[in-house]
Design a protein around this ligand. Sequence first.
Ligand SMILES: Cc1cc2nc3c(=O)[nH]c(=O)nc-3n(C[C@H](O)[C@H](O)[C@H](O)COP(=O)(O)O)c2cc1C
Length: 225
Amino acid sequence: MKKLITLMLVLLMGNIACAEVTEEKQEKVILPQVQYKSEVSLEKALYNRESVRNYGCKAVTLENISQLLWAAQGTSKSGKRTAPSAYAKYPLNIYAVVGKVDDLAAGLYRYDPKEHQLVKLKEGDLRKDLVIACQGQGATLLAPASIVITSSHKENTAYLEVGHVAQNVYLQATALDLGTAVVAVFNEQAIDELIGLDENNHTIYVMPVGSKPQKCGCKGGACKK
Ligand SMILES: Cc1cc2nc3c(=O)[nH]c(=O)nc-3n(C[C@H](O)[C@H](O)[C@H](O)COP(=O)(O)O)c2cc1C
């Protein structure tokens, strides 16, 4: 009996040690310093905001991704976040499905607001899986990257909070002369599985991001420039 218990303990400890090693090995990408200044006024960004679902071939950079993720859920001057949260619980998490971004390998990343870094969760270009999960909404395949906003609960407040976050991303994208849109129509199970969420976490919005086709004079989509 003792042997059996010891064996079980060893197996259990082995599993725990293994899980720790795996987590430690997760690649981290420190994001470029956030810029708190822009040549585009808030008023101009509000005026120009629109949903963009077709993207050009002008590169999306790591600096762009840094800025967008910070706008979504980064740390603010008060030490809290760029978007408000009911009871300051901050139940939202931000992921990035990266296909083609300058200086960032394709993969799935989780945004760590405290360290302003990305934690790599999966390798490779997952945009084909993303577009299937998003029921063929082409913007998620065409966009070099998509921001995925998830919540650790399904209470009403989570949906309200996601609205704040999405508007921040819209405005930041506009100020950077990038295009984005919110995508809320998707197969919930497929997308949660793709992101690797457990049963307590749920995807609420996907926001594909890319340059505007007119910026490189192409038609977007099939542009081979
Ligand atoms: C709750 C919500 C869900 C939406 N879902 C989608 C969607 O699944 N796919 C999409 O392309 N746009 C989606 N949109 C974007 C709207 O289609 C878009 O905001 C609307 O056409 C107005 O255009 P504008 O954003 O350019 O003002 C959604 C918007 C909201 C607020």
